[in-house]
Design a protein around this ligand. Structure first.
Ligand SMILES: *Cc1c(COP(=O)(O)O)cnc(C)c1O
Ligand SMILES: [Zn+2]
Length: 372
């Protein structure tokens, strides 16, 4: 009998499954989480090279030999002045494929490699697809990436350069999701929103932030809220550190959505902002599958959702570029959120605020100069 120490668990019906099964959802259709008790052997961690795999014992991958790494993680954290305050901004655009999605891809593709799966499908508005394509290339695993037809040229070209098959789906982001779900009936779905292994990669963001603050939790962490891969990953990571007695509190999570696509803001604030096109394409997710979990994580941390206008995003993009950082518009939406938070809610000067540059500007080069 399995003692279910490490397992998948359905968040809807509580059924448990072995992590050796090639599965990404429950038979009931519910989302899966992973039950797993991480370990943080501090003396080992501090002697390892800077990268996300330095927290090896905190990642639910058993077999060392299956790990697919491109040297990702342990990104610098820099103090940057925003709205007259010092904010610690983690340089998550400095990943091998140009976004923090590599954290999730490295762990998920390592697991897929361990399972012996040779071909996967994934859908993305760009960066998750690029990350999965990069790690599949490194692993020698074939992949089909489904994207909305109007995704940035630079992202599509990146996905194809890694050798992935690109499927451009006309219509909305939801049409793309529907197309990949059909494909996923016969091929393993390496989904950054469904697959819980992805979140056990993005959680290393929280480990790194804490270690970079001498194993302390910041007061406030401001992150994007599209599908919640970084938001939920950070929540898992900070909770694991807290449960292990390493940090004394869970930071307050502030989740940023574009005013033009704000489903979770609408739900939590009883608003009904209409859906429109936004330049923050990476967070233009009208129906995030883990939406209820995202709301739960934010509320439990005593945080809340905020929105930013197109104008605020463009201004933040301009300001950050002029400080010497090259980020994409979706990434600027988060910084616009930081600006708004500090202006309207910031509590005191001693508050430690952490945020992130989520994606590299080269992803959007063709249209950045056009927008400005
Ligand atoms: C994916 C992504 C986001 C948003 O992340 P979600 O997981 O959808 O919440 C923000 N910025 C960039 C650059 C991204 O690639
Ligand atoms: Zn279930």
């Amino acid at each position: 009998m399995n003692d279910w120490k490490n397992c998948f668990v359905c968040i809807k019906c509580n059924t448990k499954f072995s992590l050796d099964e090639p599965r990404w959802k429950c038979n009931c259709g519910g989302l899966l989480d992973i039950c797993f008790k991480p370990a943080f052997p501090m003396d080992k961690i501090k002697n390892r090279k800077p990268g996300m795999w330095r927290y090896r014992e905190a990642v639910p991958i058993e077999n060392d030999k299956c790990i697919i790494s491109l040297g990702e993680g342990f990104t610098p954290i820099l103090e940057i002045e925003i709205a007259g305050k010092q904010v610690l901004v983690k340089q998550e655009h400095l990943f091998p494929s140009g976004s923090y999605k590599d954290r999730g891809a490295s762990v998920l593709i390592s697991k897929i490699n361990d399972l012996g799966i040779k071909h996967v499908v994934e859908d993305s508005s760009g960066n998750a697809g690029a990350a999965i394509a990069a790690y599949c290339a490194a692993a020698g695993i074939g992949c089909d990436i489904y994207v909305p037809a109007d995704t940035s040229y630079a992202k599509l070209s990146q996905v194809q350069s890694y050798g992935a098959n690109l499927f451009k789906i006309p219509g909305s982001r939801e049409d793309t999701a529907a197309a990949v779900l059909k494909a996923a009936q016969s091929t393993y779905y390496a989904s950054h929103s469904w697959n819980p292994f992805f979140f056990h990669g993005t959680k290393t963001f929280a480990f790194e932030v804490s270690e970079q603050l001498d194993w302390n939790a910041p007061d406030t962490v401001i992150l994007p809220a599209g599908n919640g891969t970084l938001l939920l990953g950070a929540s898992i990571g900070f909770n694991e550190l807290h449960d292990a007695g390493i940090i004394k509190k869970i930071p307050r999570l502030i989740a940023v959505q574009a005013e033009h696509c704000a489903p979770l803001f609408n739900k939590t604030q009883s608003q009904s902002l209409p859906f429109k096109k936004t330049i923050a394409e990476g967070i233009a997710i009208a129906e995030p599958v883990r939406g209820p979990q995202m709301i739960d994580a934010v509320k439990k941390s005593s945080g809340f959702f905020i929105t930013v206008s197109e104008d605020e995003i463009e201004k933040a993009l301009f300001n950050i570029h002029r400080k010497g950082f090259y980020i994409e518009p979706t990434s600027a939406a988060v910084i616009a959120g930081v600006q708004k938070y500090l202006t309207e809610w910031g509590t005191n000067n001693n508050e430690t605020v952490v945020s992130a540059f989520t994606g590299h500007g080269l992803k959007k080069s063709a249209s950045i100069s056009f927008n400005e």
